[in-house]
Design a protein around this ligand. Structure first.
Ligand code: PDD
Length: 286
């Protein structure tokens, strides 16, 4: 397996970084997860733009322009002979002495990992997944803006652990005000009386690229949509619920804390959106 490290492709065994890398010491860095279908990358520009935004929000200068990443991503898939791929770009602050000051790290560390995509089991898409409403709250946006897709994932990891203990596939986090925020690596939607609802970005969530794609597909079809602030009760009374992210696309939710959502799973609107997503996929690939 070939890994891109800073300025070249190296074998996995040689893809090593320093124990003084601030990504390792402090979780100081940013990343993106992308997905390729048949060698073509889903919403490539949007992912690279979000990477650049994350880096800029932490004052990290990326030594690459957009086209450099595109070249590396394509080369990574070619070298590893990948068609349906999981792609991850990680940029850490780089190596530096102990201390929080980013000026200790003159050169960021850039890593691109490309792996065969491990799709979620088909049964999950047929039955839907179980969520646990966790006690861990989504980071306060004023403390660590969720708009930064950072290497610092402990907030989400604590939520994931809590969900696993409760027997959930994933944990649903509320924000500091008790409104629904998002799951540990996905955005959440619910459907009530034909309207598609999702927490607004102002709830302190990552503005998922799949979320935005689903919203725009729904709007193109004149399906009613609403972004807002919702309490968990609204979700528990919903007809349908689903999650979105780059690797899972649209995943139906069966129950939350063992309370079933709706009667049919997946529900008709979720099914329709999944069909729309698949049918329109080619125009989102590059
Ligand atoms: N996660 N919310 C969080 C906290 C996420 O980490 C992600 C993405 C999303 C969905 O974003 P998108 O639709 O752009 O994938 C929402 C990726 C898959 C990850 O961490 O690997």
């Amino acid at each position: 397996m070939w890994i891109f490290l800073n300025d070249r492709f190296v074998r996995k065994k040689d893809a090593l970084i320093s124990v003084f890398d601030h990504g390792f010491l402090y979780g100081d860095g940013v990343y993106e997860t992308l997905r390729a279908y048949g060698g073509r990358i889903f919403r490539l520009r949007q992912h690279l733009a979000r990477l650049s935004r994350s880096a800029s929000l932490i004052g990290l200068d990326i030594p690459f322009v957009e086209q450099d990443f595109i070249t590396v991503l394509r080369e990574a898939m070619k070298r590893n002979d990948l068609s349906d791929a999981y792609l991850r770009i990680t940029i850490s602050r780089g190596e530096g002495n102990i201390g929080l000051d980013p000026r200790l790290c003159p050169y960021p560390t850039v890593v691109v990992i490309s792996l065969p995509l491990q799709p979620y089991p088909v049964e999950l898409f047929n039955t839907g997944v179980s969520l646990a409403l966790v006690n861990v709250r989504r980071n306060l946006a004023a403390a660590l803006p969720p708009m930064i897709k950072s290497l610092n994932f402990l907030n989400n990891i604590l939520a994931k652990q809590e969900a696993s203990r409760a027997g959930g596939f994933d944990g649903l986090m509320l924000n500091g005000e008790g409104h629904i925020a998002e799951c540990t690596t996905s955005n959440i939607f619910f459907v009530k009386d034909g309207c598609v609802y999702t927490p607004s970005v102002a709830c302190g969530i990552l503005d998922g690229i799949t979320r935005e794609t689903v919203l725009s597909l729904a709007r193109e079809q004149a399906l009613p949509t609403e972004e807002g602030r919702y309490r968990p009760d609204a979700l528990l009374e919903a007809d349908e619920c689903f999650l979105t992210n780059t690797t899972m696309e649209i995943m139906p939710v069966q129950d939350i804390d063992k309370r079933p959502i709706g009667k049919e799973r997946p529900g008709p609107v979720t099914d329709r959106l999944r069909e729309l997503f698949r049918a329109n996929l080619p125009r989102f690939l590059e």
